[in-house]
Ligand binder design. Structure first.
Ligand code: SF4
Length: 683
């Protein structure tokens, strides 16, 4: 049986990304990581971060007592849990007495377990009565989620197991650097190529993933949509589309076909910077072969992200690929629980089971499980960035509870967001260390992490896995579920808030029953026995899509370009992303001593470096219309000469990024804005 705890080893999963690699842990206070070869997703392979995960323990920065900050002196004082929770409850009551239920907001995270995400959503809707809840997963894959719901009627990042990658003929990765962000997944690329398949990578940088590709297209950041339009134009011209599939399984094809009529390769070249012959080469590769298109943040984190994903979905549908074995479309989710985190109620517009909060039947069902009147449940609230932007304003929340997010580093236009956090009357942060966001708080609540607690995660394939407690938490910390229950009790909530994860999961299953993401048949025992359980089944869309008529909906979309284009003052494109040794805001990995902390740095092409007169290792100032930072130059020929790249794991990158939002997903445009670089003079 898998997933069992023995005296010496606990089978569990990595604390980081959406692959949720299986691993074994031993030890009582600090875990020792070893391979779990039988777990099918990674077969014992781990990336550098996974092998170093034990380094999350033993550091002196771990918080073990609730802390309150004196706003006058800035001094922190340790207080008891009762005192801390009483203060938080009093602050919440004061905020709501003055400003109504929505004066209090909640901000969650895509790394929280399903149980925590569910409990946080219930806390907001039932105990606080606020509509103001959203989470940092809005900034991860929300554009792909929005597009999948529109196209297929259902969003499950990969509607098939990741290993299906090996079965396709042509794999097109748009804006994914999986060889660096989730290296064990890259083995599928190698196996695909060994059996004669072709890998295509679309990325402005020649990444480690692009190094494994047969064809690498390097578009201007923010132009992936135009590339998709051009590819579909060529597929139509070549007669490569699957007419019977389109007639039987889709709607909207004629409008889509007409919308790509003017996207000749030469026009695509002018917009994207990709040579017309390379566009033709991609279309030729896809004609008459089994094709799989996978998008990730590079395609999605744009003000046009939803339409960009829809454009690539159109390509997959036009070829008749979606629902075919070893083919189709999928999104490579990023955060550890990027999938489950968006299914169980911490999104502004959603109830558990991926139900819409404005659907009367969904409200009645969930309210029944919670034992409350559906009319008392609030409606949809603000999206993540819009919520933060409203903090401390006359119409916005004056108190905020943060769980599982380091907003100061990960939010776009971070200087502005930091100012909004500072304008609050009450900021409460649950965390394991004094993160950059916790440092601004009035109350910091120290919570358990990863190997100290049990809970489920849903990986990028929709496979629900079980993280099992393997070690004893330090004295003085509580689980997030206990924090939620403690606050709900102090606020006088009549609803029950269990603190046992398995009990919460069973309730989540009842609340999700009948919804798009239905977990009602999944139990901890099944997860252990089956090495993870796919919700909805292993492969989706084989016979029908989730719209009432069973057909996929194709949407004609237009190229709009990035919200901010280079100009005389800000002449280069700036794009952001990730590196192998760090994870998200770096709050965890920057504290793991065995992982290199070599940031912040900026990648720039030798042509640009020569114009600026800077060499590798020298300091460069990077400025945009929203802020500036200093970073160490890394001069590389692998990036477009008109583009620079800054990883966002360190403070600074998101001071630069643009808060322009996608109209459908409310995704900020993390992936491109206009920037100016200048050398930093020695002093
Ligand atoms: Fe962990 Fe992701 Fe690395 Fe696997 S690939 S070990 S899940 S960070």
């Amino acid at each position: 049986m898998s997933g069992t705890r023995t005296e010496t080893r606990t089978e569990t999963h990595c604390p980081y990304c959406s692959l949720q690699c299986g691993m074994r842990l031993a030890g009582r206070r600090a875990p020792e990581v070893s391979a779990w070869e039988e777990f099918p997703v990674n077969r014992g392979a781990l990336c550098r971060k996974g092998w170093a995960a034990a380094g999350l323990y033993g550091g002196r920065e771990r918080l073990t007592s609730p802390l309150v900050r004196d706003r006058g002196t800035g001094e922190w004082s340790a207080v008891s849990w009762d005192d801390a929770l009483d203060r938080v409850a009093a602050g919440i009551r004061a905020a709501q007495a003055a400003g109504g239920p929505d004066a209090v907001a909640v901000f969650g995270g895509g790394g929280l377990t399903n149980e925590k995400a569910y409990a946080l959503g219930k806390l907001a809707r039932v105990a606080l009565g606020t509509s103001q809840i959203d989470y940092n997963g809005r900034w991860c894959m929300s554009s792909a989620a929005s597009a999948a719901i529109r196209a297929f009627g259902l969003d499950r990042g990969l509607p098939f197991p990741l290993a299906d990658v090996e079965e396709t003929d042509v794999l097109v990765l748009v804006g994914s650097n999986l060889a660096e962000t989730m290296p064990p997944a890259a083995r599928h690329l190698d196996r695909l190529r060994e059996r004669g398949g072709t890998v295509v990578v679309v990325d402005p940088r020649r990444t480690p993933t692009a190094d494994r590709a047969d064809l690498h297209l390097q578009p201007v950041p923010g132009t992936d949509l135009a590339l998709a339009l051009g590819v579909l134009h060529l597929l139509v011209a070549a007669g490569a589309v699957d007419a019977s599939y389109l007639a039987e399984r889709t709607t909207g094809w004629e409008e889509v076909r007409d919308s790509v009529a003017s996207w000749w390769p030469e026009r695509v070249e002018r917009v994207t910077g990709v040579d017309a012959h390379e566009v033709r080469a991609l279309a030729a590769l896809m004609s008459g072969r089994k094709v799989m298109v996978l998008t990730a943040r590079g395609a999605e984190q744009h003000s046009t992200g939803s339409d960009t994903v829809l454009a690539w979905i159109n390509v997959a549908l036009a070829l008749g690929m979606v629902g075919r074995p070893g083919a189709g479309y999928g999104c490579l989710t990023g955060q550890g629980n990027g999938q489950g985190g968006r299914e169980h109620g911490q999104k502004a517009d959603q109830l558990p089971g991926y139900r819409r909060i404005d659907d009367p039947a969904a409200r009645a069902h969930v309210a029944g499980v919670w034992g409350v009147d559906p009319d008392t449940l609030p409606g949809p609230g603000r999206s993540a960035y819009e919520l933060l932007d409203a903090l401390g304003t006359p119409d916005g929340p004056s108190a905020l509870l943060v769980m599982g997010s380091n907003i100061v580093v990960s939010a776009p236009r971070a200087t502005h967001v930091t100012a909004r956090l500072e304008a609050l009357d009450l900021l409460v942060v649950c965390d394991v260390v004094m993160s950059e966001t916790a440092a601004l708080a009035d109350v910091v609540l120290p919570v358990t992490q990863w190997a100290e607690e049990t809970g489920t995660m849903t990986n990028l394939e929709g496979r629900v896995v079980l993280r099992q407690r393997a070690i004893t938490p330090p004295a003085g910390v509580r689980s997030d579920l206990e924090v939620v229950a403690g606050l709900a009790e102090r606020l006088g909530s009549q609803a029950s808030f269990p603190t046992d994860p398995e009990e919460v999961f069973a309730e989540l299953g009842r609340a999700s029953a009948g919804g798009p993401a239905d977990y009602s048949s999944i139990t901890y025992d099944r997860i252990r026995d089956e090495q993870g359980v796919f919700w909805g089944g292993k492969r989706l869309f084989a016979d029908s899509f989730a719209h009432p008529d069973g057909r996929a909906r194709m949407h004609a979309v237009e190229h709009r370009g990035a919200a901010e284009q280079p100009c005389a003052d800000y002449p280069v494109h700036l794009t952001t992303g990730r590196v192998l040794a760090q994870y998200q805001s770096g709050a965890q990995t920057r504290r793991v001593r065995s992982l290199p902390d070599d940031g912040p740095f900026v990648e720039l092409h030798p042509f640009l470096a020569a114009r600026l007169g800077v060499a590798t290792g020298e300091a460069v100032r990077i400025a945009t219309r929203r802020g500036e930072m200093t970073a160490r130059a890394s001069v590389v020929p692998t990036i477009r000469p008109d583009t620079v790249f800054v990883p966002f794991h360190w403070v600074g990158a998101n001071r630069l990024t643009n808060d322009a939002l996608d109209p459908a997903s409310r995704m900020p445009e993390f992936k491109v804005c206009a920037a100016r670089l200048s050398p930093v003079e020695e002093v």
